[in-house]
Design a protein around this ligand. Structure first.
Ligand SMILES: [Zn+2]
Length: 249
């Protein structure tokens, strides 16, 4: 059993993005950070799955699926980047298959901790921080959704991302940084009062409120920006002069 859940590495054939040389590199497919805490640090500092081309010397991180396990804090995240023809649908499919396999392996009736699916590297690091802070990811993503909704001019969801910033957050304030998605530059900081987060947590904690939150983010991808963009597309499609619905039929 212990061997099954160790951090796992395997060899991968990749092409250097600098010179095109074919490289065979050893990469982590899964990390078990309660056993090897150094791997968490490597991940958060961008060193994990980073390789150096022995032909041209270019250093780069290889974007490939990674399973993150922290059993001590019950943090389980699957990172499935949308590269090499992987679509959101195929990433969700792969995730659902992995979860079904996991359910098959555990004794009946045993509770499985929630496993998260993220599609971007920055989202992986962010989700680790959100969960380590004891925050509820769906509420955090709901807050981002509201931020996009309330700042349509300054915060264009198609080009800007929002990331929870654990380092600058305090007991009073949750901090979010605005990131330009093309340049990766951090451009601004937005704050959200922690007491307002607590209030949302109460509203969404149970009954009808919880149902609303689950309807907004049924999962496995829980992402306020993507949900906002999706809803805006739906609104456009529903506009009477839009004509999109006829196009579909
Ligand atoms: Zn190279």
């Amino acid at each position: 059993m212990v061997r099954d859940v160790m951090s796992q590495k395997s060899h991968h054939d990749i092409a250097c993005p600098g010179c095109g040389a074919e490289l065979c590199v050893e990469l982590y497919d899964s990390v078990l950070v309660d056993e090897e805490p150094g791997l968490r640090t490597d991940l958060l500092t961008g060193k994990l799955n980073r390789v150096v081309c022995d032909k041209c010397g270019k250093a780069f991180r290889v974007d490939q699926p990674l399973v993150y396990h922290d059993r001590e804090q019950e943090i389980f995240i699957h990172y499935h980047p949308l590269v090499g023809g992987v679509t959101m649908e195929s990433a969700v499919d792969a995730f659902n298959r992995a979860m079904a396999e996991l359910r098959r392996l555990v004794p009946a009736g045993m509770r499985l901790p929630e496993t998260h699916l993220v599609l971007e590297w920055s989202e992986l690091a962010e989700r680790i921080f959100v969960l380590e802070e004891g925050l509820e990811p769906r509420v955090v993503e709901h807050i981002k959704y509201m931020m996009f909704q309330q700042n349509p001019e300054k915060l264009d969801a198609s080009s800007k991302g929002l990331l929870f910033d654990a380092q600058d957050s305090t007991d009073e304030m949750l901090c979010f940084v605005v990131q330009d998605r093309a340049s990766r530059k951090l451009e601004a900081m937005l704050h959200f009062a922690r007491k307002d987060y607590e209030a949302l947590l109460n509203v969404f904690g149970e009954g009808q409120g919880l149902k609303l939150l689950m309807d907004q983010f049924p999962g496995p991808v829980v992402n306020g920006r993507l949900k906002f963009l999706q809803d805006r597309l739906m609104e456009k499609a529903e506009e009477p002069e839009g004509g999109r619905e006829e196009a579909k039929a």
